[in-house]
Design a protein around this ligand. Sequence first.
Ligand SMILES: NC(=O)c1ccc[n+]([C@@H]2O[C@H](COP(=O)([O-])OP(=O)(O)OC[C@H]3O[C@@H](n4cnc5c(N)ncnc54)[C@H](O)[C@@H]3O)[C@@H](O)[C@H]2O)c1
Length: 359
Amino acid sequence: MKRLKVGIIGAGGIAQYAHIPSYKKSDKVEITAIADINEEKLKYAADKFEIPRRFINWEDMLDEDLDIVSICSPNAFHALQSIKSMESGKHVLCEKPLCLTEKEVDDVFGTSVKTGMKFMGAMPRRFSGETAFLKKLIDKGEIGEIYYIKASYLRRRGIPGLGSWFTNKKLAGGGPMMDIGVHAIDFIVYITGLNQPEMVMGSSYNRLSDSAIDGGWPPMETRKGDKFIGDMDVEEISSGFVRFKGGETLFIEAGWAGNCEPASRVSILGTKAGIQMPDPENVKNPIRIYGETEGILTDTLPVIPKSDMFQEEINHFIECVRENKETGTRKEEIMAVTRIINSIYKSAEEGKPVRIGER
Ligand SMILES: NC(=O)c1ccc[n+]([C@@H]2O[C@H](COP(=O)([O-])OP(=O)(O)OC[C@H]3O[C@@H](n4cnc5c(N)ncnc54)[C@H](O)[C@@H]3O)[C@@H](O)[C@H]2O)c1
């Protein structure tokens, strides 16, 4: 079978860290084109990874003979670039958040059905060994009925590029809940199958984003005296309390900055057992399963082989395209994730709960 041709839109951080190197490690594809509105970044990435065809205008790249487009641009462009790519006959792997609004979810998945082109979300946590193991346990009923979930994704200081597109609501769609909370929410919806949120209460704050304290992001070049400069019209920390149709609860918090212990944790409580999951890359605190055997409480520490989740994600997408398989990114999951995040923001803004379906 001939090698599939890949084009990349957006030549920044995630393209250079994950997408391009992972495609390069596969002998089933070749990256033949790349697009970025920033000429310097385009040249740097194209030269570094020896990508022959380069485009300032991503729509021009879609005239190329490509099988796959990987979308690594700022959030606001994801849906439009996915739709146009599929309409021009390319399968799409799109970075998170896949969509910013419910309409975008309808349009993107509708285009995939209409064109027959595959659409997959680049949600690396779905491809870790831990996730695969836990999903099997849940699907086999070993955790029992899941009813209570808590997820924390908190940085003490870690605003990505103050003044960049990340802190611009129009380009990013939101702050940390949209940027990193999305990983936790997608993981939970995927692994538990809870995709019918009914009621959401949210809060958001922006209290520390201009105070210049060393430690992680933002970078020092954005410092002026004792303040950081750079526009930021998104939250720096946000939380949401979500009730699903069956009465299940999710408490989620996501922050780029806060006077707190950094965290990347998910707790899932079921009637037979509970799961405590730290960041899949955090080897010091492995997954713990809180169970019960013969009337005795048990703690199990599964030993899960480490794997490169970005490489697994890219390999899976290539396999789906080559062998015409479903990508596993389902509309009802992405709709649930998008509704939860947007309802948290709406509730925070209005100061009252949001009932989904009454919007
Ligand atoms: N999966 C993950 O773990 C992960 C990690 C980091 C970022 N991301 C996601 O990847 C995307 C890119 O993030 P990043 O950290 O690489 O950002 P970045 O700013 O480093 O790179 C984005 C690139 O897109 C280019 N760009 C801007 N507008 C464009 C347009 N209209 N068309 C084409 N290119 C355009 C910019 O010039 C820049 O080079 C975001 O959606 C982000 O949420 C995912």
